[in-house]
Design a protein around this ligand. Sequence first.
Ligand SMILES: Cc1cc2nc3c(=O)[nH]c(=O)nc-3n(C[C@H](O)[C@H](O)[C@H](O)COP(=O)(O)OP(=O)(O)OC[C@H]3O[C@@H](n4cnc5c(N)ncnc54)[C@H](O)[C@@H]3O)c2cc1C
Length: 386
Amino acid sequence: MTGKKVLILGGGFGGLAAAQQLRRILPSEHRIVVVEKKSFFYLNAFNMQLITGEMKDSREGQRDLADLARKDIDWVHAEVQSIDPAGKTVRTSSGTLGGDYMIVALGAEKTPETMPGFAESACNLYDASGAIRIREALKEFESGRIVILCCATPFSCPGAPYEAAFLVDSALRATKKREKVEIALYTPEPRPLPATGTAMGEAVLGMLKERSIEFHGQHKARRIDGAGRKIIFESGEASFDFLVGVPPHTAPRVAREAGLTDESGWIPVDLQTLETKFAGVFAIGDITLIRQPNPTGLLLPKAWVFADEEARVVARNIAAEILAGQGRSKFEGVGSCYLEMGDDMAAYGSGNFYSYPAPRVYLEPPSKRFHTERRELERERLEALV
Ligand SMILES: Cc1cc2nc3c(=O)[nH]c(=O)nc-3n(C[C@H](O)[C@H](O)[C@H](O)COP(=O)(O)OP(=O)(O)OC[C@H]3O[C@@H](n4cnc5c(N)ncnc54)[C@H](O)[C@@H]3O)c2cc1C
């Protein structure tokens, strides 16, 4: 048998999970090649620990991709410049590469520049340096109005802005400044975590209310007026003294130009196999568009828990085909996540997003145990991925 090559575009969460899984199953004559423009992997969820100060420096949460060589995974340090999905080849900043299979795991690009005023006025929650700026700003902030703004949907980790609101609340209570500060969250979503159905959203609304955090759903921002310290929405305005922002997201240009995306701007895939419309080309993680197979038409959230499981399914199926083995895997839309609440507590949501007639996802109340479990999971994933 001659060796096959699996080309993985993107060495973020999904790409690395697929590479590790493939390497565990496939003998070494088969090559696994990850093309990634960054030289390190950083687990985004650590931004919450940067805000609380549990993590001082983002370098504590990153791993050097050169270490992939130890696991017999080839890393090409290059930018993908164009993709030919029919030919399973890519042009990169260091030459052309091809494979027998291709996994597109290029994630969701954050585009703060597309929201006028964002760069000048908001601390970017989705950037490690932004998270550190939030931590530092909270030390100085004495009184006024802190706003958390989700610019557009969809965005990665639908729980993250809510976590930020809870952490800000907790930090201000710890320093006895909470009474002098208003906290408000504005989002285009109708309610928190809409993709989970109603139960989890209602539970989060209750937690926001208990902590006197305002929730303003169905607010789509048009621009931020930094000088006037206000956000201009399609309808109405809101003032702020300190602004935490979740920037707009888009699928990377190379995926759009390759004809992989549809009118949604994201890559549609088979709900169970994650194959794109091109045979042997799969897409996983934040770059995909997965509509839940129930009448709600809701989308699957963009979260690592799904990227991880999708990677596992795709890797197993590719390996089964290469090794002419039995047992194809199916992605079943099941997932869970922790919601950081501050005070070393986390809530835990889990359920099935493919269930009929609506997703069935529930939130378990905050506890220290969930917080500890989350910390363990983050560490375990970081060590396992590189
Ligand atoms: C602040 C924050 C907190 C989060 N917390 C959680 C959490 O607690 N739980 C959870 O489940 N999810 C969480 N998420 C979401 C999670 O990080 C993503 O869902 C996950 O990273 C998606 O994996 P991915 O492989 O699709 O994309 P990514 O991990 O973003 O990887 C994409 C990779 O592709 C690379 N790339 C892009 N374009 C090119 C190119 N042209 N050439 C070469 N390389 C390229 C990028 O550099 C990147 O490394 C969080 C996200 C954020 C931002």
